[in-house]
Design a protein around this ligand. Structure first.
Ligand SMILES: Cc1cc2nc3c(=O)[nH]c(=O)nc-3n(C[C@H](O)[C@H](O)[C@H](O)COP(=O)(O)O)c2cc1C
Length: 347
């Protein structure tokens, strides 16, 4: 399928990658909300640190730690190199990984290789990615299957990004009637479907509708990490568009709040906590609030632009911090951390 606006998609993705790698696009006007919580330290943890096990099963695959490298990139040679570094690190550490929106590869098969990482990451939980809104712009089951098959994915992520689309030049903003289309994809696609936001969060009402539509997991991707309104502010070329984008600098549901409401309200669908997870202590708080696993994008991207080893080094720190948090809470398994009363909200 070739569409006239396709080159614009590539230009945009390239611009966004450049901005995310070179500019400060971390939240400064809102936090992910983890700072409002603290754990009650256990001076007498009564566990052997050597017994701590961070592994879990997610969507039918075993992960060595509850970490997902969030969906980010693909579509250019630079993005392809980044995907390979991310995949090498994910394989080494036994964590999951998503590729960025595969619209570029669906519409131009010569770009497919920039998303393909199975040769270096044969065992990981690998997630395909498309914008859910594309289901209102000509995409259907065919393109969803194509995205999954292109990379040998275990699941498809459909991302919801109304604010981002609305702020970007030529964005696609008809979000009407999407739920029924997502439901059809969930019914018919042979692999599980995850729905995620991109940094503004998912509220309980939306999560309930998505759960009823049959999604296999909900990634809240809340506010407090990478700020897409700032990314777009740095990509657009008029003062009007830039000022409108900057008015949304503190927009969105802080990640901690989104996890608490979605995981607390919907027990049958795993909640992935992402948006501003930067340390293993943030991850521990996200899991204590109810997340099954956490996703990290921005910081991992910056490491992947250096090397796979840099990604391994950063994610090893996150893993170690999470392990120590469990130790100091007297827990050896993630199930014991989830919902623990040892996480308290500061007044
Ligand atoms: C450069 C870049 C590109 C992204 N592209 C996508 C994408 O194609 N699809 C998607 O679902 N999310 C995309 N995201 C959003 C991330 O998956 C994530 O939800 C968001 O950045 C918040 O996480 P963070 O605070 O850890 O960065 C992208 C993020 C970055 C930094």
């Amino acid at each position: 399928m070739t569409r006239p606006e396709q080159p614009l998609v590539n230009v945009r993705k390239k611009d966004q990658l450049r901005v995310c790698l070179n500019e400060d696009v971390e939240a400064h006007h809102i936090t992910a909300g983890f700072d409002r919580y603290s754990f009650v330290h256990q001076g007498l943890p009564e566990v052997n640190a050597a017994d701590i096990d961070l592994s879990l099963n997610l969507l039918g695959k075993k992960l060595a730690a509850p970490i997902i490298i969030s969906s980010m990139t693909g579509g250019t040679e630079e993005a392809g190199a980044i995907n390979r570094n991310l995949a090498l690190a994910a394989q080494r550490l036994g964590v999951a990984m998503g590729v960025g929106s595969q619209r570029g590869g669906v519409e131009n098969p010569s770009l497919a290789h920039t998303y393909q990482v199975r040769d270096v990451a044969p065992d990981i939980l690998l997630l395909a990615n498309l914008g859910a809104v594309q289901l209102n712009y000509g995409y259907s089951m065919k393109q969803c299957r194509q995205a999954v098959e292109m990379i040998g994915a275990d699941a498809l992520v459909l991302h919801l990004n109304p604010l981002q689309e609305a702020l970007q030049t030529g964005g696609e903003t008809n979000f009407g009637g999407l739920l029924a289309k997502i439901e059809r994809i969930c019914d018919e696609l042979p692999v599980p479907v995850i729905v995620k936001e991109v940094g503004c969060g998912i509220c309980l009402q939306a999560a309930e509708k998505l759960a009823a539509a049959g999604v296999a997991a909900i990634d809240v991707a809340g506010a407090g990490g990478t700020v897409w309104s700032e990314v777009e502010a740095l990509c657009v070329d008029t003062d009007l568009a830039r000022n409108v984008a900057r008015a949304f600098a503190s927009w969105g549901i802080p990640t901690a709040e989104a996890i608490k409401t979605v995981a607390g309200g919907i027990r049958e669908v795993p909640c992935i906590g992402s948006g501003g997870i930067r340390t293993g202590v943030d991850a521990a708080k996200a899991i204590a609030l109810g997340a099954a696993a956490v996703g990290i994008a921005g910081p991992v991207l910056r490491m992947a632009a250096i090397s796979a080893e840099a990604v391994v080094a950063y994610l090893s720190e996150v893993k170690e911090e999470l392990r120590l948090a469990l130790f100091c809470l007297g827990k050896t398994r993630l199930e014991q951390l989830r919902g623990t009363p040892l996480l308290v909200k500061r007044e």
